[in-house]
Ligand binder design. Structure first.
Ligand SMILES: Nc1ncnc2c1ncn2[C@@H]1O[C@H](COP(=O)(O)OP(=O)(O)O)[C@@H](O)[C@H]1O
Ligand SMILES: [Mg+2]
Length: 278
C-alpha cells in the first residue's frame, strides 16, 4: 500500500447504518459499518445470509440511501447513482427480447451516450464472447450470460465495480473460470472491486482483503489480508496457508452466528429496532 492509497481510499464507507421501515417495525440491517477500499484493491465481503451484505453494497453504489453514515468516492459523498460505479448481480438481468449487442447498448441508450464500441469489442473478446453479439440471452449458457453482464458493467469504464454474489448460480467449474476471468480483467484494468460472495475460496482467490460481517445487524467483525501475489494459481489454493485462512473465516462466521442474540441485545442502539434474526 502506498501512502497516497492509505490517505485517499477510492471508496470509503463510514459508519454505514441502515434501518428498514417494515410493516412489522423498524429493522436494523447494518450497524456502523466502516471500511476503506483502496484504489485498485479487490475486497470481498462474506457473512451469514441476511447479515446485510447486499444492503451495504447497494449503499456503496448510491442506489440506496443510508439511515446514518456516509459513502465517499474519491473523498466525495455518493448520494445517488454514479457513472463511475457499476454493479453486477447474481442474475445477469439481460433483456430476453434484445440480442447481446442490444443488451450492452441498452444503458447507453437510456443515458443518451455513445458506447465505445472498440472497448466493448475488446471486452467481448476478453470474455470469449466475440461473435455472439447477435445471439439472444436464451441462446446463451448461464456462464455466458454472466460474462455478458460483466461486459455490460465494464463497458462504462467504471473505476469501481460492485458485485453481489455474481457467480452464485453457476456450477463450480464455471465459477472457477469466472474467477480467473475477473482476475485477468483486473490485471488489465486495475478496477477497484468489491465482491460479495458465499464462497470463502472465491473470496480468498480474488481478494486483497476479506471483510467478515457479523449476523444482522451487520457489523464489520474482522478484516483478513490475503498475502498472495497475482496472478494466483490453483496450486496456491491448495496450500496449508489458504486452508487455515479458509477455516479461520468459516469459524468466525459460525462463531459469530452462535453468539448473535447476546451480542445483538447488548449493542442494539434502540429498543424500538428489531435485532433478532428473521
Ligand atoms: N427493502 C427491504 N425492506 C425491508 N427489509 C429489508 C429490505 N432489504 C433487506 N431487508 C432485510 O435486511 C436484512 C439484510 O438483508 P440483505 O442486505 O439482503 O442481507 P444479505 O445480502 O447479507 O443476505 C435482512 O433481514 C433482510 O430481510
Ligand atoms: Mg444479499
Amino acid at each position: 500500500m502506498t501512502v497516497e492509497q492509505a490517505i485517499h481510499p477510492k471508496l470509503s464507507v463510514r459508519g454505514a447504518t441502515k434501518v428498514y421501515n417494515t410493516r412489522s417495525g423498524d429493522l436494523l440491517a447494518i450497524d456502523r459499518c466502516s471500511v476503506d477500499v483502496l484504489d485498485g484493491e479487490i475486497v470481498s465481503i462474506v457473512g451469514p445470509s441476511g447479515c446485510g451484505k447486499t444492503t451495504l453494497l447497494w449503499s456503496m453504489s448510491g442506489l440506496h440511501g443510508l439511515s446514518a453514515g456516509e459513502v465517499l468516492l474519491d473523498g466525495k459523498p455518493v448520494t445517488g447513482p454514479n457513472p463511475d460505479i457499476s454493479m453486477v448481480f447474481q442474475n445477469a438481468n439481460l433483456l430476453p427480447w434484445r440480442n447481446l449487442d442490444a443488451n450492452i447498448n441498452f444503458p447507453f441508450e437510456i443515458k443518451g451516450i455513445k458506447p465505445d464500441r472498440i472497448w466493448i469489442d475488446e471486452l467481448l473478446n476478453r470474455v470469449g464472447l466475440e461473435g455472439f453479439g447477435n445471439r439472444f440471452p436464451g441462446e446463451l449458457s448461464g456462464g455466458m450470460q454472466q460474462r455478458a453482464a460483466l461486459v455490460r458493467a465494464l463497458s462504462f469504464k467504471p473505476s469501481v465495480l460492485l458485485m453481489d454474489e455474481p457467480f452464485g448460480a453457476l456450477d463450480s467449474f464455471t465459477r472457477e473460470e469466472m474467477n480467473r476471468l475477473v482476475e485477468e480483467i483486473w490485471l488489465d484494468t486495475k478496477t477497484t472491486i468489491v465482491l460479495i460472495t458465499h464462497s470463502i475460496e472465491e473470496a480468498i482467490f480474488l481478494s486483497d482483503r476479506v471483510v467478515v460481517m457479523s449476523p444482522r445487524p451487520g457489523r464489520v467483525a474482522n478484516i483478513h489480508t490475503v498475502p498472495f501475489a497475482r496472478p494466483r494459481s490453483m496450486e496456491i489454493m491448495a496450500t496449508k496457508e489458504v486452508f487455515d485462512l479458509t477455516n479461520a473465516i468459516k469459524q468466525e462466521i459460525v462463531g459469530n452466528q452462535q453468539s448473535r442474540y447476546p451480542a445483538d441485545r447488548a449493542a442494539a442502539p434502540s429498543q424500538s429496532v428489531q435485532t433478532a434474526a428473521q
